[in-house]
Ligand binder design. Structure first.
Ligand code: NAP
Ligand code: HSE
Length: 430
């Protein structure tokens, strides 16, 4: 019987600091839940001399082998981020028989299969609850509580940074660069924030969720990705006038045409629950054949919410160690489903155009859409920019292939100066 379970941690930034604080503050409760004291022993960092906001009674090192080769350490917590050396360290840890907890979606969305195989071969656990949704429990519910369902759809807001930015740009009309800097200061953004605003962080998360939900291995390369960098205050204003909020949406659907998996900004009706998800909050809908619709909601990033998920994984592993039942739930991808092309996906669209302000323009634009069977739901014209007019169109539901052809032909019309933006609309009624 173990008298203590010891942890080696890779990284002590935003998340690592939260983990150290939680293991210290809740030590007695954790001991009661696991049956043993759980101690943070050694932490790998780049700069051991850096002043840190929390002085945990741990030893710092810059040499990973000090943790890997320490026979006292049972669990390695990887919260350093990035692909390398994180992936190599996780793999070495698993091969050395250490259990691993990681918050790293970059690694899990790309190397999941290889890492699960290593964990299985060594009979150890590999848990990654914090990699999606920050503090929201979503991986474990999908792998365990909802395991009896055939999951049909997973959809929601899975990036805290972009939700924070869009919320502030909408509510406070704040400027994009200022709010991004705020999200970085709060510890929400990735080390390279282009992963957040470019949609890649959300793409990694939906690849992980779709793999688990549909039991088929998807990587970030299978996800159609568009970020929020093209969203302007004008789009946000038009969205509001039309009764919508703009959100960065992650969608995964198991369809007859294959798995449809994508990340892009979307117009969400203000009456939809996702429209009310603000700041750093995330929300994920899961639809299963037995359970129907479920919604998971909470803080999707930040020091303590993310630490909550990491420490939950640590406690789970400690319980497994105590009962000698590690490696129970590893890879759950047993299928090999085809992908559905984004061209086959249907939705209504918002389109903002800059056109010549003269008679007959609307008729020629409508003609281009009509040829591609794109039916127009509404048209508004408000702003004038020099001798041009800005028009905003909402279309009825149409396959993306038709919309792409219409846009191609629209761009060739002499009266169209610019297609300024195009955003998919989530609407149940048209
Ligand atoms: P962070 O604040 O940038 O901290 C990274 C830590 O790792 C730092 O302590 C750094 O050392 C250390 N580190 C980085 N590269 C290293 C290397 N090559 N060798 C040794 N140490 C290294 O990152 P974070 O925000 O905590 O994120 C960590 C992970 O959690 C990422 O995978 C991220 O995607 C994930 N995550 C973050 C959040 C969030 O809200 N921040 C939420 C969910 C998941 P120094 O301190 O010496 O610089
Ligand atoms: N950068 C991520 C986000 C952290 O903003 O959601 C949580 O994974």
């Amino acid at each position: 019987m173990k008298t203590a379970i010891r942890i080696g941690m890779l990284g002590m930034g935003t998340v690592g600091t939260g983990v150290a604080k939680m293991l210290t503050a809740n030590a007695e409760g954790i001991r009661q839940k696991t049956g043993v004291p759980v101690e943070l022993k050694t932490v790998l960092v780049r700069t051991p001399t850096k002043t840190r906001s929390f002085s945990a009674p741990v030893q710092f090192t810059t040499d990973f082998r000090e943790i890997l080769e320490d026979r006292d350490i049972d669990i390695i917590v990887e919260v350093m981020g990035g692909e390398e050396p994180a992936k190599s360290y996780i793999l070495q840890a698993l091969k050395a028989g250490k259990h691993v907890v990681t918050a790293n979606k970059d690694v899990m969305a790309k190397y999941g299969r290889e890492l699960f195989e290593a964990a299985e071969a060594s009979g150890v656990d590999l848990l990654f609850e914090a990699s999606v949704g920050g503090g929201i429990p979503i991986i474990r519910p999908l792998k365990q509580c909802l395991a009896g369902n055939k999951i049909q759809e997973v959809m929601g807001i899975v990036n805290g940074t972009t939700n924070y930015i869009l919320t502030k740009m909408t509510g406070e009309r704040a400027d994009y660069a200022t709010v991004l800097a705020e999200a970085q200061a709060k510890g929400y953004a990735e080390a390279d924030p282009t992963a957040d605003v470019g949609g890649f962080d959300a793409a990694r998360k939906i690849a992980i969720l779709a793999s688990i939900a549909f039991g088929t291995r998807l990587t970030v390369n299978d996800v159609h990705v568009e970020g929020i960098t093209r969203i302007t205050p004008y789009d946000i204003e038009y969205a509001g006038e039309l009764g919508y909020a703009i959100k960065l949406l992650a969608v995964a659907r198991d369809t007859a045409k294959g798995v449809d998996v994508r990340v892009h900004p979307a117009f969400i009706p203000l009456t939809h629950p996702l429209a009310a998800v603000s700041d750093v909050f995330n929300a994920i809908f899961v639809k299963g054949d037995a359970v129907g619709e479920t919604m998971f909601y909470g803080r999707g990033a930040g020091e303590m919410p993310t630490a909550s998920a990491v420490v939950g994984d640590i406690i789970d592993i400690c319980r497994n160690i105590r009962h000698n039942v590690n490696s129970r739930i590893l890879c759950t991808c047993f299928d090999n489903k085809p992908l559905c092309s984004v061209e086959d996906v249907e939705s209504p669209f918002y389109i903002r155009l800059l056109v010549a302000d003269k008679p007959g323009v609307l008729a020629s634009i409508a003609g281009v859409f009509g040829t591609q069977k794109v039916s127009l739901h509404s048209v508004i014209q408000k702003r004038k920019i020099g001798d041009r007019a800005e028009i905003v169109l909402l279309t009825y539901r149409v396959p993306e292939a038709n919309m792409n052809l219409a846009l191609y032909n629209l761009n060739k019309l002499p009266v169209v100066a610019q297609v300024s933006n195009i955003i998919r609309v989530v609407a149940s009624d048209f």
